[in-house]
Design a protein around this ligand. Structure first.
Ligand code: SF4
Length: 348
């Protein structure tokens, strides 16, 4: 899968007229062709040449977990035999927005992750590779086919650090938001990052109003260093400078994701510092009580402590959400999805 301009360039190399690009994109995104052979208005020789290099379905569905009324996780096999998971979340008024007709898809951007955030399962096996733009977009197309539902809300919170795969992310965003592509509104797309400062500044220049979420999890360097190794490279002050720049370019609120971990970042003192930080960039805060991850040692605070933490934010005038139900492992910022790459594990 290519962007409009990449496709136009490729077709020019094949001596084809420019209108072929529109025909092909129409087949891919509107008619949802599964193979180049279906594109009956293209010359056969062109179809054969493109089919060899650009498979329309680079991902293979392997397994679905969950049911129509619950979160559904699709395990997808990549052409090199690795796996990624994409997660379809049923409409929920509390999740990333205001409307309730949403079908939110949580997509992966890399296989594994190099950033090693301490709460996260995705980094446990290290980093394997970036996903191509086609592999990112294919997660959406496949999820729509498998579910029969139109994805209208997208979060880059699956496996991987999306901003570490910057070029492919931007190409994918172009395919997702363009009217020749999937045509999903930019305001319904949230990119979540662990805080890569240079790339946040670059993404602020992306010419669409996509949303930004930061896996913050600590309001000061001392706390954040314990949870997010990336903070040693891009400390909190630099991160918030980048977020101020983002605010100057984009017209929507940043979300600060904050996993509450007993004895680490969940005291009322932490809440007070977080409130100041959030106010300084007019951000909203999404509080997520820690969900135990197998192999990791941290503990979830009591419901009373979580509520107390939130009330410090609310009293300071910061908009904050907190859901105390257990089992919401999807919306815990990039990568708390417990990805199980081996079919054997998932079948257990
Ligand atoms: S939270 Fe995101 S950036 Fe951090 S290790 Fe997990 S996938 Fe990587």
């Amino acid at each position: 899968m290519l962007t409009h301009s990449q496709l136009a360039e490729l077709l020019e190399e094949h001596g084809q007229p420019a209108y072929r690009a529109t025909q092909i994109l129409d087949w891919i995104y509107k008619k949802r062709a599964r193979s180049w052979d279906e594109m009956s208005n293209l010359p056969e020789v062109l179809r054969d040449a493109l089919a060899e290099k650009y498979p329309l379905r680079p991902l293979k569905h392997t397994l679905t977990k969950g049911s129509k009324d619950t979160t559904r996780k699709f395990l997808l096999e990549l052409p090199d035999g690795r796996y990624v998971e994409t997660v379809l979340i049923p409409a929920s008024p509390a999740l990333y927005g205001e409307t309730s007709d949403r079908h939110t898809l949580c997509v992966s951007s890399q296989v594994g992750c190099a950033y090693g955030c301490k709460f996260c399962a995705s980094g446990l096996d290290g980093f394997s590779r970036n996903l191509t733009a086609a592999e990112i977009v294919s997660q959406i197309i496949l999820a729509e086919e498998l579910s029969g539902e139109k994805v209208n809300n997208l979060v880059f919170m699956g496996m991987g650090e999306p901003l570490a795969n910057f070029t492919n992310l931007c190409h994918a965003l172009e395919m997702i938001t363009s009217d020749w592509g999937l045509n999903i509104g930019a305001r319904r797309i949230t990119v979540s990052t662990s805080g890569l400062v240079p790339q946040i500044k670059k993404l602020a220049e992306f010419p669409r109003q996509i949303r930004l979420a930061i896996s913050l999890h600590g309001p000061d360097d001392e706390t954040r260093n314990k949870i997010m190794p990336v903070n040693k490279k891009f400390p909190v002050a630099d991160l918030f400078d980048a977020l101020r720049l983002w605010n100057s370019k984009k017209n929507q609120k940043i979300t600060l994701e904050y996993i509450l971990i007993e004895g680490v970042n969940a005291s009322v003192e932490h809440a007070a510092v977080l409130a100041k930080r959030a106010s300084s960039i007019k951000a909203k805060v999404n509080l997520i009580p820690y969900n135990t991850v197998e192999g990791l040692e941290w503990v979830r605070p009591s419901d009373a402590d979580c509520t107390r933490f939130k009330s410090v934010l609310s009293k300071a005038g910061v908009s904050a959400t907190l859901r105390l139900e257990k089992g919401h492992d999807i919306d815990a910022a990039c990568g708390q999805l417990r990805l199980k790459k081996e079919k054997g594990q998932l079948a257990e």
